[in-house]
Design a protein around this ligand. Structure first.
Ligand code: ATP
Length: 269
């Protein structure tokens, strides 16, 4: 578990199969990052630079972190997860050198994806909320982002729920130039998110995830809510198994315990 510590460098174990929906973002990641990591010689031959960073924005819990990890996994790249506010608070006065260290660690471990979660904390419009600590940190971040030549094999992705407060300087091409909205899932996406989470669980074939995802109660759920729903249904099924085992007499058969629609009903209620 210590390997998964925030800020630590490792290849994530999340795969595309764990991500529901977000197909167009996945294609963009494949086009701009995965291919270049897998075939650097072709990018060199054609002088193709894919250093422009992605800024993912949209409501919380819709898969920004998840899809970035899945992309790193598919590319076989290391992943450094930095939380904006923690970087700011943990190292007051040292934030700039910490930014330098993050990029240097990424270069040492390239190919590497640096994921800046809640990047708005680091890159609020200058002169507005943050004060001088944020200002200096943002300047250092811009210096690192602009050092494109030395950023070979290092890709940056930022995520925010508040694109409105982000400093324009950081959104320029070559920095976080590719902006991508990650919305609340629609009905089809909800189906594939439920399926992604049900995939490795003992599901009863009687559970119709398609119909479940299209129910009124599910219409405003985020990916994180849907993950919670499947987990709560799994807990209900597990508790039922324990109850049956506790009451079981030796004459009872032990049929497999599956997650049924009733467990989803309990979870929804
Ligand atoms: P935040 O803005 O709060 O950081 P986020 O958009 O980065 O949110 P994630 O951290 O990726 O959201 O999602 C939280 C959890 O919700 C994931 O670990 C996953 O279990 C589930 N989840 C969210 N979106 C999806 C999705 N599209 N497919 C499958 N699971 C999802």
């Amino acid at each position: 578990p210590s390997l998964r510590r925030e800020g630590f460098t490792s290849i994530p174990d999340v795969t595309w199969d764990d991500v529901g929906g977000l197909d167009s973002l996945r294609k963009e990641f494949e086009r701009y990052i995965v291919r270049c990591i897998k075939r650097p010689e072709d990018c060199d031959e054609f002088g193709v630079s894919m250093q422009d960073g992605f800024l993912l924005f949209g409501p919380p819990g819709c898969g920004k972190t998840l899809i970035a990890k899945a992309m790193a996994h598919e590319a076989g790249a290391n992943f450094i997860h930095i939380k904006g506010p923690e970087l700011l608070n943990k190292y007051v006065g040292e934030s700039e050198s910490e930014v330098r260290k993050i990029f240097s660690r990424a270069r040492t471990n390239s190919p590497c994806i640096i994921f800046f979660d809640e990047v708005d904390a680091l890159a609020t419009k200058r002169g507005k909320e943050g004060g001088w600590v944020v200002e200096r940190l943002l300047n250092q971040l811009l210096i690192e982002l602009d050092g494109a030549g030395q950023r070979k094999g290092v890709y940056v992705i930022g995520a925010t729920n508040r694109i409105d407060v982000i400093d324009d300087a950081i959104l320029r091409p070559g920095r976080f130039g590719k902006k991508h909205y990650v919305p609340l899932p629609g009905a089809d996406e909800r189906v594939s998110i439920l399926k992604a989470h049900a995939r490795s669980r003992p599901m009863s074939s009687a559970v119709d995830l398609d119909a479940l995802a299209r129910r009124e109660e599910c219409s405003n759920l985020t990916g994180a809510d849907l993950a919670l729903l499947v987990n709560e249904a799994a807990i209900a099924a597990m508790e039922e198994k324990w109850k049956l085992q506790a009451n079981r007499t030796s004459s009872m058969s032990s049929s497999p315990h599956l997650i049924e629609l009733t467990h989803f009903e309990q979870a929804l209620s």
